[in-house]
Design a protein around this ligand. Structure first.
Ligand SMILES: Cc1ncc(COP(=O)(O)O)c(C=O)c1O
Length: 396
């Protein structure tokens, strides 16, 4: 029955990604999937999480299964503040932390706090697709800044600040999704200088900072910029995305705003999962697990890069990031990565994500993102071999 209800303008205008349909097929077990940003399921720390669950339910079930504070349970917030302090951030306590349902909710809440219709946002071009989806609910104006191997080209930012008066600057400073690029130390300092000069918040969305396989960790934007930087974190890539635990680290004033926005969204993040993560970290498991996944993903990354060198035609370029989960591939100008995805999935049973939806307003379709954390070694080699075949036959 057609009910003829009147839906909101936003419900009509919020688009689902066009590539979703093609990617549905990737759920079939015979498809090699480089598309998602999925961690390796065989590495999930299920035994240690089971121990944490048992402890929580044995020792304080009444608290863990109850409603809790909107900003999150205190011991976990304290632990996150301490971990950020160990990484060089100063002046942070539990009062500066809000636990969110993944960092995706951090994006949604910061969008609600800062954006009105038409507000300008400075971001990398391309940028994280999920951020575009979260912020676009407010119909903002995206001001993209091009990137090179050192990340966002910060020398273009001042002019854009003056012209567009953005509400914030959004960056994924470490091993960016989708390009894998990292903002260099010099540019971090330059960006913070601008934020200080023009008093603009910088939102640093940082799910991949811990996952460095090559070189030394760089100081985080928050450690350099203090209160001017709002850092979004998550346990999705370092423990499990299914737990849906992330956090926002920001000023107390900002926490006040976030708290009000979050009340209307979900009252609070899952209390039980917060305590489970807390007990998991308290038992000393997180740092050991991060090391384990670093060892595993750095091997997968090396295997993918070796296979690309062997099987991809010479007219194709790619990034070789020293961390994170992704490589970024550039096909020759004029070749559509979206069109080739359909061929790759149907003919060769291998999937990737085309770069097009990561550009907030440009129609650039000759790039694509490859994930190297999910597939095993043999599958990575086989998948790149198959993709190489598709690209050789269709990009010459
Ligand atoms: C840059 C970035 N931000 C946020 C997210 C969302 O992650 P979460 O699972 O914490 O919501 C992702 C996930 O891939 C991401 O790459």
């Amino acid at each position: 029955m057609a009910l003829n209800w009147t839906y909101s303008v936003m419900a009509h205008e919020t688009k689902s990604s066009a590539i979703r349909e093609i990617l549905k097929i990737t759920e079939r077990p015979d498809v090699i999937n480089f598309a998602g940003g999925l961690p390796a399921p065989e590495l999930f720390p299920d035994r240690h999480l089971l121990k944490a669950c048992t402890k929580v339910l044995d020792e304080y079930p009444g608290k863990a299964l109850q409603y809790s504070l909107t900003l999150g349970v205190l011991p976990l917030r304290k632990t996150i503040a301490e971990r950020l302090t160990q990484k060089g951030c100063s002046g942070l306590t539990e009062e500066n932390i809000c636990i969110t349902s993944g960092s995706q909710q951090g994006l949604d809440l910061t969008g609600r706090v800062f954006l009105d219709k038409g507000s300008a946002i400075i971001c990398e071009n391309p940028t994280y697709l999920g951020a575009i989806q979260a912020f676009s609910f407010h119909n903002p104006q995206y001001i993209g800044v091009d990137m090179d191997e050192e990340g966002m080209m910060v020398d273009q930012v001042e002019e854009k600040i003056k012209k567009f008066k953005p509400r914030f600057i959004y960056v994924v400073s470490n091993f960016q999704n989708p390009t894998g690029r990292t903002l260099s130390l010099e540019r971090r300092k330059q960006l913070i200088k601008l934020a200080q000069e023009y008093y603009i918040p910088v939102i640093d969305d940082n799910p991949y900072g811990d996952l460095r396989y090559v070189g030394e960790h760089l100081p985080s934007l928050k450690s350099l910029g203090g209160e001017l930087v709002i850092e979004l974190g998550t346990c999705s890539k370092i423990v499990s995305p299914g737990l849906r635990i992330g956090w926002i680290a920001a000023t107390k004033e900002m926490m006040n705003m976030v708290e009000r926005m979050k009340q209307g969204a979900d009252l609070h993040t899952n209390t039980f999962a917060q305590y489970v993560l807390y007990e998991y970290i308290q038992a000393g498991n997180l740092d050991r697990h991060i090391q384990l996944i670093i060892d595993s993903y750095s091997q997968r990354r090396a295997i993918m890069i070796k296979a690309l060198k062997e099987y991809f035609p010479e007219n194709i370029k790619w990034t070789e990031p020293g961390g994170g989960l992704f490589l970024w591939v550039e096909l020759p100008e004029g070749i559509s990565a979206t069109a080739l995805l359909e061929l790759a999935v149907k003919q060769q049973k291998v999937a990737y994500v085309p770069g097009k939806p990561f550009y907030p307003y440009e129609d650039k379709d000759n790039t694509l993102r490859l994930n190297f954390s999910n597939a095993g070694h043999d599958m990575i080699i086989e998948g790149i071999k198959r993709l190489g075949k598709v690209f050789k036959e269709n990009t010459a």
